[in-house]
Ligand binder design. Structure first.
Ligand SMILES: Cc1ncc(COP(=O)(O)O)c(C=O)c1O
Ligand SMILES: N[C@@H](CCCC[NH3+])C(=O)O
Length: 435
């Protein structure tokens, strides 16, 4: 971010944020293409181009549009999708299906059929029920489907409880119990329509410590070794999930990507060496780390309410509908007044959303200059899990998404209209003729 000559306005990728707010309206999601590309390049430098037989996927649940598919494809990363809708978006964007992974803990028959018909690269199988569906569909379609099993390694990470997924008590994955896994592996190996390539784990999201990754790798390698010795099964692939944390506030310190990657790769090599196993192809699938910092959301400040001796609320024209993370996970964001970037921050305000919920608070105690209604608030690092988790609660419309690059801006998702809100609604017969 830089400011203009007068140091008055916030600029994002050479675009004046106030002009963007005027042109496209607020709330407005702004996405920097350059920042996404930089992160992809870093992944290639640190991981996929550095280590042999590796591949990186973008976890599209963090932010997915057809434009994003194109950006990711151009960078040569694969895509991880988690629903029929995400897969459909990727297919519509003509993302190469040979580079798509399909996740999910309860994929439907229709979703699996769409994936198998389109020859997507790997299905990450969450449970034996799903395995049987895949077998049935693959056999009907005369396909041989490549799969990995998602394992729950039983390690607990330091993060919000709702996004800690590797612990034993998790709705995701096959528990690391040898009988259950052996059964799953045998069903897969006995099938003519399934090709079991290996295993996957994902420990959680917004992680800042590599310890759980290392523990999980050791645990999974015990299994890999057991399967080699017991049934001579060779694990060709190991997907270690995503989860690398980002700092939402200036004072937090983000761990460099190398911190995770180097230790993950070292630990894989160490296990292979000790157990005399061939080194499997290692994959990663970060979402947040790629796109969070590429996003900024602009809001217009409306009512300012001072409660003497308690606090001042500044209400914005969005809130938990475009960014549910503070109310869901207590996430903390940082923001600035985009039209007063040069002014001294002498005041504290609490940024409140416009939803009918007391919990709809975006930022508590933000330092700001003197603010007035009409000021534009920029909230940073909103690229991940904001647009993708947006809702129409209170029949608020979803903001537009604008892509910025080299001083140019372009709409990639239109702002919803009130008409969009009613799309699909029908009046029952009884009321059809009412005016
Ligand atoms: C299976 C899987 N892979 C990858 C991710 C991406 O996580 P993150 O955005 O934290 O990198 C998630 C979400 O937590 C996930 O569930
Ligand atoms: N939605 C979560 C991340 C979930 C990741 C998917 N397992 C967040 O905003 O932090």
């Amino acid at each position: 971010m830089k400011t203009d000559n007068k140091q008055k306005y916030l600029y994002i990728e050479g675009c004046n944020s106030i002009s963007l707010a005027k042109k496209y309206g607020t709330p407005l999601y702004i996405l920097s293409q350059r920042k996404i590309e930089e992160r992809c390049i870093k992944i290639k430098d640190v991981f996929s181009n550095k280590f042999e037989n590796t591949s990186a996927f973008y976890a599209s649940k963090a932010f997915l549009t057809m434009a994003m598919c194109k950006i990711i494809e151009k960078q040569g990363l694969g895509l991880d999708v988690v629903s029929g809708g995400e897969l459909y978006t990727a297919l519509k964007a003509e993302f190469p299906t040979s580079n798509i992974l399909f996740h999910g803990n309860n994929k439907s028959y229709e979703e699996l059929s769409l994936a198998i018909e389109n020859n997507i690269s790997r299905i990450i199988v969450d449970n034996i029920y799903e395995l049987k569906l895949i077998e049935e569909i693959s056999s009907e379609l005369h396909k041989k489907t490549n799969i990995l099993f998602r394992l729950t390694p039983g390690v607990t990470s330091i993060t919000h409880k709702h996004i800690d997924t590797g612990r034993k008590d998790s709705k995701f994955g096959i528990p690391l119990e040898i009988d259950t896994i052996l059964e799953a592996v045998k069903v897969a190996l006995d099938s003519n329509n399934i090709n079991l390539k290996g295993f996957h784990f994902h420990l959680g999201s917004q992680l800042f410590d590599n310890i759980t990754y290392l523990k999980a790798i050791d645990i999974v390698f015990e299994l890999i070794k057991f399967l080699k010795d017991d049934i001579n099964f060779t694990t060709e692939e190991l997907n270690t999930g995503g989860g690398y944390g980002v700092s939402y506030q200036k004072k937090e310190i983000e761990k460099p990507l190398e911190y995770f990657i180097e230790s993950i790769m070292e630990r894989v090599y160490k296990n292979c060496n000790e157990y005399k196993l061939i080194i499997p192809k290692v994959s990663i699938e970060p979402g947040r780390w790629i796109v969070a910092h590429a996003g900024t959301t602009l809001y217009t400040i409306g009512n300012i309410k001072e409660i003497s001796g308690i606090r001042t609320y500044a209400a914005i024209d969005g809130g938990m509908t475009d960014n549910p993370r503070p109310s869901l996970y207590g996430a903390k964001y940082f923001g600035e007044i985009a039209n007063k970037i040069d002014q001294e921050k002498k005041y504290k305000v609490t940024i409140s959303g416009k939803c009918c919920e007391s919990g709809d608070i975006l930022i508590e105690d933000l330092d700001v200059p003197k603010i007035t209604p009409g000021d534009i608030l920029a909230v940073y690092s909103t690229g991940a899990y904001n647009f993708s988790m947006a809702s129409n609660y209170n029949k608020n419309i979803r903001p537009a998404v604008v892509l910025v690059k080299d001083g140019e801006s372009e709409i990639i998702v239109e702002r919803q209209s009130y008409e969009d809100l009613l799309r699909g609604e029908r009046l029952p017969k009884e009321f059809k003729n009412l005016k």
